[in-house]
Design a protein around this ligand. Structure first.
Ligand code: AMP
Ligand code: MN
Ligand code: MN
Ligand code: MN
Length: 281
């Protein structure tokens, strides 16, 4: 039987809505045999996920989705098969966590100026130990009926250039790649078509990414059309990068993206998992 890989997913440790255990159980139900947990800037969920995966009999790759800045653009870099205990990575993620805490305060201040008080308190309560993301603010705005959907929350308040947007310098791209690679992992450019970059900028980025030690790009995501896969596969070929496949699942409430529901990688693209020994997890 062929294996089903889903190498990009979120849990309650960042902006997913399922606990790591619930996520693993859903992966099992959906016949995913290799899952990567890739929360935003935190590895907090990995230990629980690993225990649940052992019970469920699926392979769990320890992963991360690191927020980075390259030439003033925010880019997400997936690290697969990282060592969560590697100190350079741990210290780097702690820095990002601090930036997130400060940013959350500033976002709340901007919302307060728009007559939306109390966001920070509500979010800190809801997030607990989770990494605070804009998704938490979006959920706050929806549940208090300031907007009707997460999308509206981003369109009206949280998206780039909107009234509660706070710009932030994340980790340098090269630095984040080195955390991943030095901890034994593989660095992957997440959802390359979601940054609103022109083709020539994507090419510049891929050249730089590869020079910095990046090895793969996501060719198939949970929202990719056939056309998206075609375009991304061409980038993988042109830059001799491995191809990854990941849904970017966050929540069962989003019916458009399901764990393990993915198009297939074109046959000539070398899958990133051929570089990872999945057996010992
Ligand atoms: P952050 O890393 O805290 O800036 O938050 C980014 C997260 O917000 C992404 O990982 C997505 O899960 C979510 N997000 C970004 N844009 C949108 C959008 N337009 N609609 C819904 N969720 C979004
Ligand atoms: Mn997210
Ligand atoms: Mn992302
Ligand atoms: Mn993601």
């Amino acid at each position: 039987m062929s294996e089903k890989h889903d190498l990009h997913s979120h849990s309650l440790a960042s902006d997913g809505t399922l606990t790591p255990t619930e996520l693993i159980n859903r992966a099992k139900e959906n016949q995913v045999s290799v899952l990567a947990l890739t929360d935003h800037d935190t590895t907090l969920g990995i230990m629980e996920a690993q225990q649940a995966a052992k019970k469920a009999g699926i392979n769990l790759l320890p992963g991360i989705e690191i927020s980075t800045t390259w030439k003033n653009k925010t880019l997400h870099i997936i690290g697969l098969n990282i060592d969560p205990d590697y100190s350079e990575l741990k210290l780097g993620l702690e820095q990002l966590q601090k930036k997130r805490t400060l940013r959350a305060e500033k976002i709340a201040e901007k919302l307060a100026k728009k007559n939306i008080p109390g966001a920070l308190e509500a979010i800190n309560k809801a997030a607990g130990k989770s990494m605070i993301t804009r998704t938490h603010f979006a959920d706050f705005l929806v549940s208090n009926q300031y907007v009707n959907s997460q999308q509206q929350a981003f369109d009206h308040y949280l998206g780039q250039g909107k009234s509660a947007f706070v710009s932030i310098q994340w980790a340098e791209l090269e630095t984040a790649i080195s955390w991943i690679v030095n901890s034994g992992g593989i660095a992957i450019l997440a959802h390359p078509l979601r940054y609103k970059l022109t083709a020539s900028w994507i090419r510049r980025l891929l050249g730089a990414f590869k020079d910095m030690g990046g090895e793969a790009i996501e060719v198939v995501t949970g929202r990719s059309t056939e056309q998206d896969i075609f375009i991304s596969a061409k980038y993988a070929r042109d830059f001799d990068l491995l191809g990854s496949v990941g849904s970017d699942f966050h929540s069962p409430a989003n019916v458009w993206v399901e764990l393990g529901r993915l198009g297939s990688l074109p046959a000539d693209i070398v899958p990133v998992w051929t570089k990872i020994n999945c057996d010992h997890f």
